[in-house]
Design a protein around this ligand. Structure first.
Ligand SMILES: [Zn+2]
Ligand SMILES: [Zn+2]
Length: 289
């Protein structure tokens, strides 16, 4: 009896801790609201948050060490312009309210810019990619096995299976792939994880991230409120996120088309499960040769 009480207390403590760490992380990013109007030449406490955000999502080259301090320098201005262009908001090069709103929107953790020949920051190799290896599966892996293995039990594995199966079917319908769920040793592992989960990419505002082929593992952020049929504003739809992340697991980058499944941001509380022409073109281009 005492053991059970201790277990309950321990679980309560863990839940509190997980909740607190999620809160503090969101709050840290929330502080960018105070930076509205910041522009080149300014030195304002907290500007490093903007730099870290842009670096994390691929707007700074990984080749060069940048000063992630509070000084609004030329590099920040040009990174900000590329970000604003990507999001189709006014390209001001300043921290304006549209930019702040965009940065505080829940998004996927996979960087937006991985290779962009027209940009100055074209040498970037995302941490989620494997340098030197093609970011697509070999034809021998077209029958891809996956295992559902949670670190945090947001739902049971069997509860999740139908949503994942539907998300995989969307891609199977427009590609040479078939997907088979296995109980162990799947090529692709899909799971819910806490903020810190040992891969060097702790979750912040991201709802998920995925490693490109030949890895393909999908990590979902257990700190969000997940649902199979969202009715509340704060609920994230499992299938919506799964279809997006599985696109990365097959090798697709983010799309700049707002309506595409592969757009990096999602509207929480809604569903967006159908592939668009842009998504279909992407997968066909990747696997047609
Ligand atoms: Zn993504
Ligand atoms: Zn991860």
């Amino acid at each position: 009896m005492t053991d059970k009480l201790y277990t309950q207390l321990f679980v309560a403590f863990l839940l509190f801790f997980v909740h607190q760490s999620f809160e503090s992380n969101s709050q840290e990013l929330e502080s960018i609201r105070n930076l509205e109007g910041a522009q080149r030449g300014d030195v304002i406490q907290g500007l490093n948050q903007i730099k870290k955000y842009l670096k994390k999502y691929g707007y700074y080259s990984h080749d060069i060490e940048y000063m992630l301090d509070d000084h609004f320098d030329d590099v920040l201005e040009s990174a900000l312009k590329v970000y604003q262009k990507y999001l189709h908001i006014n390209v001001t090069g300043r921290v304006d309210s549209a930019t702040i709103t965009a940065m505080l929107t829940p998004r996927c953790g996979v960087p937006d810019i991985v290779r962009n020949p027209t940009s100055k920051i074209n040498h970037l190799v995302s941490n989620f990619k494997f340098p030197g290896k093609p970011n697509k599966w070999d034809f021998r892996s077209y029958n891809l096995s996956y295992v559902i293995k949670n670190d945090v039990d947001v739902f049971t594995e069997d509860e999740l299976a139908p949503a994942y199966a539907k998300a995989f079917k969307s891609w199977a319908d427009v590609s040479p792939f078939t997907f088979t769920r296995v109980k162990r040793r799947g090529k692709v592992e899909i799971g819910f994880f806490p903020k810190k989960h040992g891969d060097g990419f702790p979750f912040g505002i991201e709802f998920a991230h995925t490693f490109f082929p030949p890895n393909g593992d999908v990590h979902l952020n257990a700190n969000y409120s997940w649902s199979f049929n969202p009715t509340e504003k704060n609920e994230v739809d499992v299938q919506t996120v799964a279809v997006h992340e599985f696109g990365h697991a097959l090798g697709l980058d983010h799309s700049q088309f707002k309506t595409a499944v592969m757009y990096p941001y999602i509207k929480i509380g809604t569903t967006h499960r159908e592939l668009t022409d842009d998504d279909k073109k992407g997968i066909r281009a990747l696997y047609s040769s």
